[in-house]
Design a protein around this ligand. Structure first.
Ligand code: A2P
Length: 280
């Protein structure tokens, strides 16, 4: 999975004689895998080199992938590290017959990966109106952008408290988010502010755990607020970011809208923002 670049200045993708010599499209750069960690049979994370010119806002996503013959095979991935970090972290599922992740799951340190040049997205602090408490509501790999937001110092400048929820099918699927939260106390930039102000609320739906159930059900029943010790959503003070599957987003939006929160965007900041967790 190491590419020899024929030329970089063309947007044309063309195969040349040797299969490993390919033309990399202009819209991507080649980055090196620094580290890879397999969390379960279905989940892994990896760290890439970051080109100096690659700028993004914490919470954004970028296209990422591999060459598939002469063509790039790219999927949108949330960047799981904050904007100040030297490297770029990603968190991914492994789909055995998925076009990209069936191959991506086998990457090793030193391999090369295609990285898009234009990060974008709505799970950014700029898309939220000022508030006091920030809810980060995620399922599955939807935790990835919140790993970035949780390590972003601006999060704690803008909000007094952060509540991070992560719901997965099985207990082992929570290992990634649990480590993200545990590592905040050693973080170079947010270790002073984050630990006392972040509430982590994990739950599972298909295996016994101390909290079980979908976050939507836990919110509706009042158990969530009783457990964390906060009042129900208040549009004056509470802001939220949602990242999960399409049905999870739809159901969570309904609850936030019912509480009087309105969706925001980069162009028009609001009380909550959403993004689909990408599956490839
Ligand atoms: P469940 O096990 O009840 O389907 P998936 O891996 O399918 O994306 O699911 C990740 C987590 O999101 C699971 O715990 C799943 O619960 C939960 N989930 C799925 N759909 C919804 C929904 N509409 N609202 C809230 N949580 C959901």
């Amino acid at each position: 999975m190491n590419y020899e670049v024929k030329k970089l200045q063309t947007s044309e993708v063309e195969a040349v004689d040797a299969p490993e010599i390919v033309t990399i499209p202009k819209s991507v750069s080649l980055q090196t895998v620094l580290d890879i960690h397999h969390w379960t049979d279905e989940l892994f994370s990896f760290r890439l080199t970051r080109p100096p010119e690659f700028r993004f806002r914490s919470g954004e996503f970028v296209m990422l992938g591999l060459m598939d013959g002469a063509k790039p095979l790219l999927r949108a991935y949330s960047i799981a590290s904050p904007s100040w970090d030297d490297g770029l972290d990603f968190y991914s599922i492994k789909v055995q017959n998925g076009p990209l992740t069936s191959r991506l799951q086998h990457i090793k340190a030193g391999d090369q990966i295609l990285l898009g040049k234009k990060p974008t997205g709505t799970l950014v602090l700029d898309a939220l109106k000022p508030g006091k408490r920030l809810y980060l509501l995620s399922t599955g790999t939807g935790a990835a952008p919140f790993a970035s937001i949780l390590r972003e110092p601006e999060t704690y400048e803008k909000f007094d408290e952060v509540v991070f929820t992560h719901t997965c099918r099985n207990v082992a699927d929570l290992d990634y988010s649990a480590k993200v939260v545990a590592d905040l106390k050693d973080d170079p930039l947010v270790s002073d502010v984050a630990p006392g102000r972040v509430t982590f609320y994990p739950s599972t739906t298909r295996e016994e755990f101390r909290t079980s159930g979908r976050i939507t059900d836990l919110i509706s029943s009042g158990k969530f607020f009783a457990d964390i010790g906060f009042e129900a959503f208040n549009p004056e003070t509470d802001r939220a970011m949602i990242c999960g599957s399409t049905p999870m987003i739809a159901d969570t939006k309904t609850l936030l809208e019912a509480a009087g929160l309105e969706e925001g965007s980069n162009a028009k900041p609001g009380e909550y923002v959403v993004e689909k967790a990408f599956v490839a």
